[in-house]
Design a protein around this ligand. Structure first.
Ligand code: RIB
Ligand code: CA
Length: 319
């Protein structure tokens, strides 16, 4: 089977890091480029973190570019309470062996699409600022060369940044509205799915049992991330949101989805950034997305552990 060409747009971010690992490790994905966006941390830090993850995981030859430093409208938000001041607290990282691409994210997306022989899948796991900016700047190229967008964001239920809004959407609601209104094939994997995959103590045990430096880094990441989720949300184990996007690509059916009309609330005093998902078709609006509803959690964790095992066996980049 021909690997799926993917551009990962992320804000690492502990869970973004695992999305990156899975995308790089799995044979069903051809990871063409990594773009970063302001979200969990300022964009300079998310770009550095993407380079750090590529270095420790031995992911070479994939360009990493930094994108928008703020949302399309208003001031940005970050999540140091979850990801730490660096955006990737927990393990110690040395100097990255992966350079920052001199192009900005939108240019890298454009040139990657133009340079690839066929359509490419965009996998956003952070605020949708870069994706929206690309769609606004290059609508024809997007229509011609973007196969689908599989994003982590939103929720069919409660939010996590506010009671109504999930972080990625809350960070840039206008960008999310542009993506959901684009007419492209959009899949939304939200909190209602990601909270079905908490990174339990058993997962950490499986990772540490791999016995590689990368596995230790991954376990240390999840240890920090888990402590943050216990502190902030009182959860026993942290949901590993972002790699569900890649898992959905490599294992169709692992995440179950239904077609639905998704609207992004832009003006609500208490609800701005909410994804209003019409699961029952009561609005009469046509479906504009496939919305995640369930996941095979055991299969998901097998994919994660296998990815760490695969990359750990290769070793880190050494500059
Ligand atoms: O709400 C969870 C999402 O926001 C994840 O993508 C996490 O990394 C943060 O970006
Ligand atoms: Ca993220």
């Amino acid at each position: 089977m021909t690997p799926i060409p993917v551009i990962l747009d992320c804000d690492p971010g502990h869970d973004d890091a695992f999305a990156l690992l899975l995308a790089a490790a799995h044979p069903a994905v051809d990871l063409l480029a990594i773009t970063t966006v302001a979200g969990n941390a300022p964009v300079g830090k998310t770009a550095l973190n993407a380079r750090r993850v590529c270095t420790v995981a031995g992911i070479g030859g994939v360009p990493v570019a930094a994108g928008l430093a703020r949302p399309l409208h208003g001031a940005g938000i970050t999540a140091p309470e979850i990801h730490g001041a660096s955006g990737l607290d927990g393990p110690g990282f040395g100097e990255p062996a992966v350079p920052l691409d001199p192009r900005d994210a939108i240019t890298l997306i454009r040139e990657t699409l133009l340079g690839h022989p066929g359509p490419v899948t965009l996998v956003p796991t952070g605020p949708l600022s870069n994706i929206a900016a690309f769609l606004l700047a290059h609508p024809e190229l997007a229509a011609e060369r973007v196969d689908r967008i599989v994003l982590m964001g939103g929720s069919t239920g409660r939010g996590n940044r506010t009671p109504a809004a999930e972080f990625n959407i809350a960070a840039d609601p206008e960008a999310a509205d542009i993506v959901f209104s684009s007419g492209l094939d959009v899949t939304m994997i939200g909190l209602n799915v990601s909270h079905q995959v908490p990174a339990s103590a058993e997962v950490l045990t499986r990772l540490r049992a791999l016995g590689t430096p990368l596995a230790e880094v991954c376990a240390d990441l999840l240890t920090f991330y888990g402590a943050a989720y216990r502190e902030v949300f009182g959860l026993a184990a942290p949901p590993l949101h972002d790699p569900l996007t890649v898992a959905h690509l490599v294992a169709p059916g692992l995440v179950s989805t239904v077609p639905a009309a998704v609207a992004v609330e832009l003006t609500g005093t208490h609800t701005r950034g909410a994804t209003v998902v019409d699961l029952d078709g009561v609005t009469g609006r046509p479906a504009n997305a496939r919305v995640g509803t369930g996941v095979d959690a055991a299969a998901f964790w097998d994919l994660i552990v296998d990815a760490v095992r695969t990359l750990g066996a290769r070793g880190p980049l050494t500059g």
